[in-house]
Design a protein around this ligand. Structure first.
Ligand SMILES: Nc1ncnc2c1ncn2[C@@H]1O[C@H](COP(=O)(O)OP(=O)(O)OP(=O)(O)O)[C@@H](O)[C@H]1O
Length: 370
């Protein structure tokens, strides 16, 4: 079942939690809503589920308007961060709950319910635990029961709100792999909320990046990582260095480094910012071809598989980070206070749009040639 969110706005008193949000979630996709705390992810999920009503806009399931349908009519499966199983019920009864409370006309027979629950228990790899109570399971097992319970009523799609948020890293990783596998097996449309970019990148077919009640970008994990639409997305998806400079007549100057770009606006000189990931920073002991600037190593931190260097540019005084493999680091024979040459590689430039009329700045990514 596909989901269409059309121009939704939602306010609480005088606070606008969602601002003109539109989104298309194709049938069968595993989609992540990713954003910082307070960006509106849960609000959007609750509106799709029918737990809240939008001020304006519409929600369509498979092209059919569901905006005014109530939560039960929408046939959505939910799982929240805190598993919220019924503590006084066995695992079997928890999973069977949604079916056994149906009206007599639509309720399956006892035998059918039993078969379905056992099928689901096998699916979530918990067969044999039907007679236990939630307190006798681990956090990861409880969360799988919550998923089985959501699936029992054969929902049109699944909405998961930080489903693994309360679990430790190792269990989270296991459950992610398991959810991916489950999705492949069932082919169900799944929309899940996370503020963990690694979780979104690892699991999702499409990632929706949200910020301050708006959608900043929708794309595959590769697209949002390699072609971020604006500085917010760039910064949210991992560590990043910022180099501030100016653009004029298509040339960006960042301290002593100068870059040709395809910028064609005739708007005089404007501030431009270059973004660069720490793992793209190349360190050398002598300048080579390209854009090298000099920097002094302030601090060296060996961090598992990589070594992180904190550096200070000599031309602009800007601080930035580089991440090197241990092998490259040992080849360089550098130490704190060494001066090195840094290649400004793979920079993405953004200029705040001079024509922006909206209350928030729009950014124009520009292509540069090196
Ligand atoms: N019932 C409510 N009344 C008033 N404000 C609300 C209500 N629900 C949400 N908000 C506000 O709307 C904004 C968006 O909240 P929401 O829970 O959707 O964010 P989120 O992205 O899911 O954040 P988190 O990751 O922290 O759960 C927040 O500033 C929140 O305080």
């Amino acid at each position: 079942m596909s989901i269409e969110v059309v121009n939704i706005t939602k306010s609480y008193k005088n606070f606008t939690a969602l601002k003109e949000v539109s989104l298309h979630i194709p049938e069968g996709e595993l989609v992540a809503l990713l954003g910082p705390s307070g960006s509106g992810k849960t609000t959007l999920l609750r509106l799709i589920a029918g737990l809240e009503q939008p001020d304006t806009g519409a929600i369509l399931f498979h092209g059919e308007d569901n905006t005014n349908r109530d939560v039960r009519e929408r046939q959505v499966g939910f799982v929240f961060q805190h598993y919220a199983l019924f503590r006084h019920m066995t695992i079997f009864d928890n999973i069977a709950f949604g079916l056994s409370v149906r009206s007599r006309k639509t309720r399956p027979s006892k035998q059918e319910i039993k078969e379905r629950v056992h099928l689901l228990l096998r699916l979530v790899q918990l067969d044999g635990l039907a007679h236990r109570y939630p307190s006798q399971l681990s956090g990861g097992q409880r969360q799988r029961v919550a998923l089985a319970r959501a699936l029992a009523v054969e929902p049109k799609f699944l909405l998961l709100d930080e489903p693994f948020g309360a679990l430790d890293t190792k269990v989270r990783q296991e459950l992610r792999r398991w959810l991916r596998h489950l999705h492949e097996k069932l082919g169900l449309t799944i929309l899940f909320v996370t503020h963990d970019q690694e979780e979104a990148m690892e699991l999702a077919d499409q990632v929706v990046v949200m910020n301050e009640g708006r959608v900043e970008q929708v794309g595959s994990p590769e697209e949002i990582y390699h072609l971020p639409a604006n500085p917010f997305v760039y910064s949210f998806l991992g560590r990043v260095n910022l180099f501030r400079g100016r653009i004029r007549d298509g040339k960006v100057r960042l301290g002593e480094a100068e870059f040709e770009t395809e910028w064609e606006h005739n708007s005089g000189e404007l501030p431009a910012v270059g973004y660069m990931r720490p793992h793209d920073v190349e360190i050398a002991l002598a300048p080579g071809d390209g854009h090298f600037v000099q920097a002094r190593i302030q601090h060296i931190s060996p961090l598992g598989p990589i070594v992180r260097l904190d550096l200070r540019r000599l031309d602009t005084d800007e601080l930035f980070e580089a991440e090197l493999s241990h092998q490259r680091f040992s080849e360089l024979h550098v130490e704190e206070k060494s001066t090195v040459f840094v290649k400004l590689n793979n920079l993405s430039f953004y200029v705040e749009s001079p024509a922006a009329t909206t209350p928030r700045p729009t950014f124009l990514p520009i292509q540069a040639s090196f």
